[in-house]
Design a protein around this ligand. Sequence first.
Ligand code: FES
Length: 104
Amino acid sequence: PKVTYELPDGASHALDVPSGQSVMDGSVRNNLPGIVAECGGSCSCATCHVFVEEGASCFDEPTDEERDLLEYAEGVRPNSRLSCQLILTEDCQGVRVTVPDTNG
Ligand code: FES
């Protein structure tokens, strides 16, 4: 599915990210800045924080682990998620995320 990443510098990138990969994978594999993903996707660093602007319904609800970790992210909003926990499926359409400039 297509994922649009709005980057801290104002650029917008629409990428095709294969099902089964996360929103974080799509960013890292295409060398986009802003999603640092220090822990490599094991839900323990919070440097993959994004705001899900559209398409949130295709993702699972955050786990307790993710919720706890989000408390360490800066500038958390109601639509904050850890992008390594956002796994794409064929049902995902029109996913758009904003990448904050505070991911370290
Ligand atoms: Fe570390 Fe997502 S990559 S919590």
